[in-house]
Design a protein around this ligand. Structure first.
Ligand SMILES: *[C@@H]1O[C@H](CO)[C@@H](O)[C@H](O)[C@H]1NC(C)=O
Ligand SMILES: *[C@@H]1O[C@H](CO)[C@@H](O)[C@H](O)[C@H]1NC(C)=O
Ligand SMILES: *[C@@H]1O[C@H](CO)[C@@H](O)[C@H](O)[C@H]1NC(C)=O
Ligand SMILES: *[C@@H]1O[C@H](CO)[C@@H](O)[C@H](O)[C@H]1NC(C)=O
Ligand SMILES: *[C@@H]1O[C@H](CO)[C@@H](O)[C@H](O)[C@H]1NC(C)=O
Length: 409
């Protein structure tokens, strides 16, 4: 009898306290909650690393472009932007810190004066410019800066393409989007190799400092006396600085919780010509992305023989070869180079200062464009002759029976 008096309150107290303990355990500790919910026996965060999904293949693909330039590039940048413009795409334009305020403002005014850009709202100007050093890691940070803006603010898109004001398209955006519609959205066009050759000695070992990280004034990278050994924690890759990256890969670089993109970014901070290595080394060291690589940079670039430091400026003499390359982009072009007019009239059907005709625009002046755009709901594309060239380039890679044996070699 004495025992019973104790028994009921004791059970009651036990029940209440275990209820609270369960509550605390399941709400106070997010890992516990997540693992209970996911019914995942593994408690390692790595096991829950997931790749961002691609957009449905029924939707028309969309591209996100960064076009950057430096002092004096303002006019060419405008021209490249107009030649690349399509209302379905997203654009970020950047003139680096070496550019005068007048030139930067002029670019801003140009974008604001264009009613179409204002109406569609898909062209953004970076006003807080970055100091970008040639061959320096500040080129990579600048590219990531724009990619982050596009990822956060650019709505839906499938691929990110980094261009400069001296690049120019050889196909219309309708051609490009139409061709990309036929391929998986997770592939990455990135020219790469692990055969570093002379670069192992001259890129892999020297240590450089980019003053662009801390100085207000542009100056060249400089070398530190000490050298480092070739990495053993990951495998180095190198390749072209021009690429087309899938949205899942860009998302992984910027907001993935794997540590690799960040540690490699720091490693490449002291690497000469890091744009020719950072993205390649990341993508080839991650199992989930290796198999998405296509070994091509989508550019026609002409080197002298023997190659000099820079590719040569393209002229009418290169036109035939440019066309036969089937590439969607070429570089590099001098300002107001006459071959650009030839490309405009023969390949893009673009009138001086106008947009490239396509499903959304029949040609004519800029005012007509807007009314057309308002009237036309873009649910289809109008592929032209460029589609054939581009399809033969792209399917040549993707339909190769050894395609899956050629990643990251
Ligand atoms: C991006 O574009 C710039 C041109 O402004 C170029 O120099 C750079 O190497 C490109 N590539 C990458 C991966 O940043
Ligand atoms: C990548 O491809 C190789 C060769 O076909 C295959 O063995 C491997 O499992 C693939 N990796 C992934 C993550 O799909
Ligand atoms: C290119 O030519 C046009 C017209 O001929 C001119 O207005 C413009 O300033 C030139 N641009 C450059 C960068 O020389
Ligand atoms: C376009 O329309 C605006 C305002 O209606 C006008 O000021 C401008 O002259 C027009 N431009 C052309 C090229 O017709
Ligand atoms: C465009 O057309 C498609 C299909 O006809 C329709 O589903 C969509 O709502 C239209 N969009 C606009 C903005 O009118």
């Amino acid at each position: 009898m004495e025992g019973n008096k104790w028994f009921i309150p004791l059970i009651f107290a036990l029940l209440i306290s275990s209820f609270f303990i369960i509550c605390i355990l399941s709400t106070g500790n997010p890992f516990h909650q997540a693992s209970v919910k996911a019914k995942d026996p593994l408690i390692f965060v790595e096991s829950r690393l997931h790749i961002a999904p691609t957009r449905p293949i029924t939707t028309i693909p969309r591209l996100a472009y960064l076009i950057s330039g430096s002092s004096g590039d303002g006019e060419s940048l405008k021209r490249t932007l107009k030649a690349l413009y399509h209302p379905l795409n997203q654009y970020v334009v950047h003139l680096d810190l070496e550019t005068s305020d007048e030139e930067r403002l002029e670019l801003l005014k140009f974008v604001k004066r264009e009613p179409l850009f204002m109406k569609v709202g898909n062209v953004r100007v970076i006003m807080k410019s970055n100091l970008v050093t040639y061959r320096g890691p500040t080129m990579v940070t600048n590219t990531l800066h724009a990619a982050a803006i596009l990822l956060k603010e650019g709505g839906e898109w499938d691929w990110f393409i980094n261009l400069s004001a001296s690049d120019y398209p050889l196909v219309t955006q309708d051609d490009l989007l139409h061709t990309l519609w036929t391929i998986p959205r997770d592939v990455n066009f990135i020219e790469h190799t692990s055969d570093l050759d002379w670069k192992e000695e001259y890129r892999g070992k020297p240590i450089i400092i980019d003053p662009g990280f801390y100085s207000l004034h542009k100056s060249d990278v400089f070398w530190v006396k000490q050298q480092r050994s070739v990495p053993t924690a990951f495998k180095l890759f190198t390749g072209s600085a021009w690429m087309m990256l899938s949205r899942p890969f860009v998302d992984y670089l910027l907001s993935g919780w794997d540590s690799l993109p960040r540690t490699l970014l720091m490693y490449y901070a002291n690497f000469l010509s890091s744009p020719e290595g950072y993205f390649h080394t990341v993508i080839c060291n991650v199992d989930a992305f290796r198999n998405t690589t296509v070994n091509h940079d989508l550019h026609f670039i002409a080197w002298d023989n023997p190659p000099k430091q820079h590719p040569h400026y393209l002229t009418v003499d290169d036109y035939k070869e440019m066309l036969e390359s089937n590439a969607p982009f070429a570089r590099k072009f001098g300002r107001n180079e006459s071959v650009l007019d030839k490309i405009d009239s023969e390949l893009l059907g673009r009138k001086a200062d106008g947009f490239v005709p396509g499903s959304w625009f029949k040609g004519g002046d800029a005012n007509e464009t807007i009314s057309h755009y308002i009237l036309t709901n873009i649910t289809s594309l109008q592929p032209g002759p460029g589609t054939q060239r581009l399809t033969s380039l792209v399917s040549g890679f993707l339909n190769d029976k050894d395609f899956h044996k050629k990643h990251c070699l």
